[in-house]
Design a protein around this ligand. Structure first.
Ligand SMILES: [Zn+2]
Length: 393
């Protein structure tokens, strides 16, 4: 297979801006490429592109996802996909009802004293960041816990307004499932001076450092200066408390168990288990419908799922996608992660390079992609993450 590497700057691509969901035909050397940007590409962003003849690949720089499809004159992209072989093993399908992608700013009461606002399945971008992740709140007899502040200050404020409609009790706790901006940016709405009684903010022991580390990146792509300034202030004021392993929060005759995990989906994952309803808020340890995104450790993630399985779970609320029965909803994700681990180990053992591994069409076959949203913006990054981790086993 011919491989050549190019750094394509926006200027070289001949584009002034590459917008979300638009496709552009680009001529590089003698090849015509179709570039689908799922993000605005900033002036300085270089797209590291691997030109692989006749293959489709997805390239990612940090949270910016750029899908590049090599439009070979002799074979259409559709032909390329159909030529793929099915992966071995059973095919994963999502059993839960699919959510439509319409704007959902309303909260749904899902269980007694528990409200969820569902996110939409859209690529991560400045426009979508506030509305793609699930979040909500739990009402006890003395206070309310917010589970994930959401992806913007506006969303966080709407959440506080939704709480007021349901109860006059104060918000006493804000629990952040992990550092990713679609879940965490709304934390900026919780700066102390705006509350008579400031809610206690809890997150993974790594959360404050992870937020600090990412603030410039958030500012560049997703958040206003004001949001970032507020977050910084909050971090410096020591307002984020660490959950070391496990913490029980009492909301008044309602106890919730907050647990921290080692490096898994991200390096800062937290789950929340409501003992009253036996509902587990899994954060991004569980993706339903939307393809899981590996930003931490694939093996650590599988370990974390084993730990989640120890809870007596009646209902699970994933970080993305509809709620439901845990055993049913976790199955497609387990199938996907185990498949990626097995394929990666196989490739490494047989001396296949990272680039060959990512560009091998068998590794993004239709049977694997079945049922998953945003497969093409995430899958290749997952392969790359998995390879980088398992190479050192
Ligand atoms: Zn995440």
């Amino acid at each position: 297979m011919d491989l050549a590497y190019h750094h394509l700057t926006k200027k070289r691509l001949g584009l002034s801006t590459v917008m979300h969901d638009q496709y552009h035909n680009i001529r590089v050397n003698d090849a015509v490429w179709q570039v689908a940007a799922t993000e605005k590409i900033s002036e300085l962003c270089c797209i590291k592109a691997a030109l692989v003849k006749g293959c489709r690949l997805t390239l990612v720089r940090s949270l910016i996802c750029v899908s590049v499809v090599f439009a070979a004159p002799e074979a259409s992209v559709a032909d390329t996909i159909h030529a793929n072989k099915e992966p071995s093993g059973s095919v994963a399908t999502v059993v839960a009802p699919r959510l439509d992608n319409t704007e959902r700013l309303e909260f749904t009461k899902v269980l007694d004293g528990m409200y969820v606002r569902y996110g939409r399945h859209e690529p991560v971008s400045a426009e979508s960041i506030a509305g793609i992740a699930n979040h909500g709140f739990i009402v006890g007899e003395t206070g309310v816990a917010i589970i994930d502040p959401g992806g913007s200050v506006d969303i966080a404020k709407r959440t506080l307004a939704a709480v007021k409609k349901v109860t006059s009790l104060p918000v006493t706790h804000v629990i952040v499932s992990h550092v990713h901006p679609d879940h965490s940016l709304g934390l900026a709405a919780y700066t102390a001076e705006e509350f008579e009684r400031k809610p206690a903010i809890f997150g993974h022991p790594t959360l404050a450092a992870a937020l600090t580390h990412n603030l410039d990146f958030f500012k560049e792509h997703y958040a206003s200066d004001d949001t970032v300034d507020r977050l910084l202030k909050l971090i410096h004021a020591g307002q984020i408390h660490s959950v070391d392993e496990e913490l029980i929060v009492d909301l008044g005759n309602r106890q919730i168990v907050v647990a921290a995990y080692d490096n898994a989906h991200s390096g800062s994952d937290i789950s929340v288990y409501d003992q009253t309803t036996k509902a587990l808020w899994a954060g991004d340890l569980l993706f339903v419908e939307r393809l899981p995104a590996i930003d931490g450790s694939i093996l650590g993630w599988l370990d974390a799922l084993n730990q989640l399985g120890q809870y007596d779970i009646k209902t699970v609320i994933p970080g993305h996608g509809p709620i439901g029965d845990y055993a049913t909803l976790v199955r497609p994700q387990l199938h996907y992660l185990n498949w990626v681990v097995a394929r990666t180990r196989e490739a490494i053992a047989s001396g296949v390079s990272l680039n060959e591994f990512i560009s091998n069409r068998d590794n993004s076959a239709e049977g694997l992609r079945a049922g998953w949203e945003l497969f093409d913006t995430q899958h290749a990054l997952n392969l790359s993450k998995s390879y980088a981790e398992l190479e050192w086993e």
